[in-house]
Design a protein around this ligand. Structure first.
Ligand code: AMP
Length: 397
């Protein structure tokens, strides 16, 4: 990688502003999954060991109204982080101002300070999400070095990543981003073959570019989930009331033409008459009756997808192949998880979001090579798009 990493910078006694991804699920003030916080500890420890004064920022959800602020404060994260890092965390309930600046001036080497949710700055004119130059300049003025370690937002140009990087003297990526890129490069640069991609989820429109890229790069591209019905309709099968994007049928035809035998589609489904967690029926072939909708891949499709995955040496998986949140339609996604987890000598990467949630639900987290912390960012990277949050970081000298 040509971007500076932590080891390229002298942090001794410097004020360092770090963008993390502390966007964790919180219910009634309690953090229900602290994985993302734990994922920042290696970078924090390195900065402490090198005597940096550490100023941290992150977004949490979306902030649209004044009332959202109460639920979206980073206060519970400061508490949890202090526990996990075993070091006090000074929490400043503001995103700018005298109180913040005074607290920063009081920091000693190794100290940790957390700024309030960056998206509070979206309330008056989307300053964070719109990468307002005045805000980026202000945050950059608080420190001497910027570390970006928030992979989940690296595909967005916000004030707290691209903005700060633009206006600060020196910058690098943290350990988490470095690891994400090392892992994703095993897919993007020189994958061991056969390379099999599994794509699912709700919408074709979100995944057109990645399908195109993967049809070039992979040996097999398996399509499941609701996305598959647009392809099946393009091929002339009846899909009943299943989700479909009618404006993407021509595009699906193009992709079928482009992919030829590389593209693998379902051959049967589990269908039901309404979107409810009730037992479904396995279809006899690729057709779905008018009053039914497909919510999972069928038994024969599970066998077909498994057979295609058996010899894989590299697997990239993004998107569930059915409505895995409902127990009656989780079998296909669970089978994919199990097959991927049991592959011998294969590099298996799960793109974040719903596929990561599925791997967690079925307890295969320790049996895949890597689970990305950024669904959107990992997809865009595999698509070959530059990630602005990383592009803005200084190059190695
Ligand atoms: P995405 O965010 O595009 O990756 O979509 C993930 C969502 O797609 C999950 O919440 C799944 O429940 C949903 N999904 C997968 N298969 C189907 C299907 N056959 N019908 C409706 N929704 C589906």
């Amino acid at each position: 990688m040509n971007k500076k990493t932590l080891k390229d910078i002298n942090f001794e006694n410097k004020k360092v502003i770090v963008r993390f991804d502390f966007n964790v699920p919180i219910s009634d003030g309690t953090i229900t999954d602290d994985k993302r916080i734990k994922a920042t500890l290696a970078t924090i420890k390195y900065l402490q060991d090198h005597n940096a004064k550490i100023i941290m920022l992150s977004h949490l959800g979306r902030v649209k109204t004044e009332e959202d602020k109460q639920k979206k404060t980073l206060a519970p994260i400061a508490k949890k982080l202090a526990e996990l890092a075993n070091y006090p965390v000074t929490f400043i309930d503001e995103t700018r101002g005298k109180k913040l600046e005074a607290a920063i001036n009081n920091l000693k080497a190794k100290d940790l300070l957390l700024i309030e949710n960056t998206r509070f700055e979206d309330l008056n004119g989307k300053k964070e999400s719109g990468n307002d130059p005045e805000l980026g300049t202000y945050w950059a003025s608080l420190a001497e070095v910027f570390v970006n370690d928030a992979f989940g937002t690296a595909h967005r140009a916000h004030a707290s990543n691209v903005g700060i990087a633009t206006y600060i003297g020196d910058s690098c990526v943290g350990f988490l981003i470095e690891k994400e890129l090392t892992m994703l490069n095993k897919i993007v640069l020189n994958p061991s073959r056969p390379f099999v991609a599994v794509l699912g989820g709700a919408k074709v429109s979100d995944k057109i570019d990645v399908i195109k890229q993967l049809l070039n790069k992979a040996d097999t591209v398996i399509i499941g989930g609701a996305m598959a019905y647009t392809f099946m309709k393009a091929l002339g099968y009846s899909i009943g009331n299943s989700l479909v994007e009618n404006d993407k049928i021509d595009l699906a035809k193009e992709l079928i033409e482009l992919g030829k035998e590389k593209l693998v589609l379902p051959i049967d489904y589990v269908t039901v008459s309404e979107f409810k967690d009730i037992p479904g029926t396995n279809t006899k072939d690729c057709n779905i009756a008018d009053n039914q909708m497909g919510l999972d891949i069928g038994i024969e499709t599970v066998k077909l997808f498994n057979a295609k995955l058996q010899t894989a040496k590299t697997v990239f998986w993004n998107g569930p192949v059915g409505v895995f949140e409902m127990n009656n339609f989780a079998r296909g996604t669970e089978a994919i998880c199990e097959t991927i987890a049991n592959l011998k000598d294969a590099f298996t990467l799960v793109g974040g979001g719903d596929s990561a949630a599925a791997v967690g639900k079925f307890h295969y987290e320790d049996k895949v090579s890597f689970i990305s912390t950024g669904g959107g960012a990992s997809l865009e990277y595999v698509e070959g798009k530059p990630l602005p949050g990383i592009e803005a970081i200084k190059n190695k000298l």
